[in-house]
Design a protein around this ligand. Sequence first.
Ligand code: HEC
Ligand code: HEC
Ligand code: HEC
Ligand code: HEC
Ligand code: HEC
Length: 448
Amino acid sequence: MFKPYLYRIGFFILTLTLIFSLSSCASKKVAKVKKLEVEKEKVSEEEIPFIKSSQFNDPDNFCLLCHRTIYDQWKGSMHNNSYQDPVFQKVLAVASRDTNGKIDKYCAFCHTPIGVMSREFPPLDGSKLSEIAKKGIQCDFCHTISGSKGIGNCAFISSPGPVKRGPFKDSISVHDTAYSELHTKGEFCGMCHNVNHPENNLALEKTYTEWKEGPYPREGIQCQDCHMTPGPGVTKPNPGQASQFGPMRPHIYTHEFVGGNAVVTALLGSALHQMLAEERLKAAAQLEIVSSPKVTLGAKNEVQVKVTNKGAGHYLPTGLTEVRQIWLDFKVTSADGKVIYHSGKLDTDGEIDPKAVIYHTILGDKNGKPTEKVWFAEKILSDKRIPPKETVTEKYFFEVPVGIQLPLTIEVILKYRSAPQHLIDELFGKKKIILPIIEMTTAKAQIQ
Ligand code: HEC
Ligand code: HEC
Ligand code: HEC
Ligand code: HEC
Ligand code: HEC
């Protein structure tokens, strides 16, 4: 394909002036980043380096100029939203109140790394934060990570400057470039996608570990292959240009970073990211109904439901598992439409039937009482989730009265919600925000 080569050179000369004023730039390859390490390490506050926010380039007036497509993918992503996310803001305020501000920096380090390193955060209200720090996890923050201290609790080593690190060994640009193996591996994501309690080290989120111990790394499938390709699933190769001024390449990674969040993406105005999150959830699981073909009237009947995690590289659900809800809505109806059994429906407050099959974790506080407040968590009381590529079987028993009209229809829906409705009601006011429920997958069967 013909590329505007001369235009490209012209553009380079033009932007060189701009770049020189931003950095002391000499376009060269620099040394490879440190070898990957995979040990867990606690990051204490004293270790947080002091880096001014002005040392980072703003995506909106710099990276955008030459990486338009990538910019549009990242804008409105949960990485871009990580600080402004209203759910994070509300929960952080409660956490801060409960701990007299002790936990503020710990929480914010992952959600606005630039804000914490620049000491613009605290104060909690964000009144000292520069505009760039509010943009969350952004281009220059990720692409100037020069190494890692391990896995979890913000183990990144940040070295802002002219060198942008990425996956190419032959990249030529007006800014310096360097190949970084770290950026091509799940260990890069693992620096933040494993969260341990700052005092008792309890594993609060362990997406990286779930992936690492599962089947995907053995097949060479990294987080990037699912979350940085058009998806859902591993959609490689994805040919394109990393910059409109760069060459055509056989594969480039995308930057929407889509997970299951169809709430905050929508609240903060990205219909694209909302739609992609729903699409991803719908491709994650599979249901199968197993039952005897004959109904036994006047007695208990058994039906099994098999749930398979076919698309997620980690447990279903993962991440904030004490809050995320995946559950089975299981319904048996007679031929004339009478519901004879229903498990997993919502009550008028939006709470799930307590007897339903729910996939999530329950955290316990120091008295062993269930808590949704991670800062009070000291143990995991229960963990019922579905590991990657595994199937779990649920058994349902229901009475079929004599005289019922056959056949019976069994309908099962696997549902996803980002949080219990009561939690959102507590944070935002009763029914101010009604959380959407996404139907991940369904199955239907008839028995005579
Ligand atoms: C003046 C244009 C321009 C600007 C501004 C710019 N880039 Fe680039 N960048 C390029 C070009 C051209 C390439 C080469 C693309 C290729 O090799 O396919 C590139 C390559 C890269 C690479 C790949 C490096 C590698 O070795 O893998 C990264 C990462 C990158 N840029 C990040 C950024 C970030 C972050 C910003 C904002 C802080 C930015 N760029 C601003 C033009 C630019
Ligand atoms: C959460 C960290 C993160 C953020 C935020 C981020 N990137 Fe990347 N980016 C990566 C990783 C990781 C790769 C390499 C993936 C791989 O090779 O496996 C990458 C790849 C790239 C590349 C190489 C081409 C490609 O797509 O494969 C360019 C250029 C780039 N990013 C620019 C940007 C720009 C510009 C922004 C902001 C609009 C941005 N990135 C935001 C992590 C990030
Ligand atoms: C600097 C820390 C950091 C790094 C590095 C990082 N993430 Fe994230 N990521 C976050 C935070 C914080 C959020 C949550 C923001 C929120 O919900 O408010 C997030 C959100 C996400 C989401 C959206 C989750 C949802 O519920 O929809 C996905 C997907 C994701 N990250 C994937 C990745 C992948 C893949 C990588 C590696 C290429 C990566 N992240 C690297 C901190 C990080
Ligand atoms: C085989 C593909 C695949 C791989 C590999 C993979 N994921 Fe995912 N991920 C998914 C799918 C599908 C979903 C949506 C279902 C869900 O929410 O669990 C998802 C959801 C997520 C979420 C949102 C969870 C929620 O409900 O809030 C995060 C965060 C995330 N992934 C991060 C990662 C990280 C970090 C890695 C690597 C350590 C990774 N993923 C590896 C497919 C993958
Ligand atoms: C080591 C990095 C890290 C630290 C520290 C951290 N988080 Fe997060 N946080 C994440 C990641 C990654 C996600 C996304 C997981 C997912 O989507 O399931 C997330 C998601 C969230 C969400 C969900 C937002 C939404 O829209 O659903 C809230 C709320 C939150 N964090 C609050 C906190 C609080 C409060 C603290 C301190 C007690 C904290 N975080 C500390 C990495 C971190």
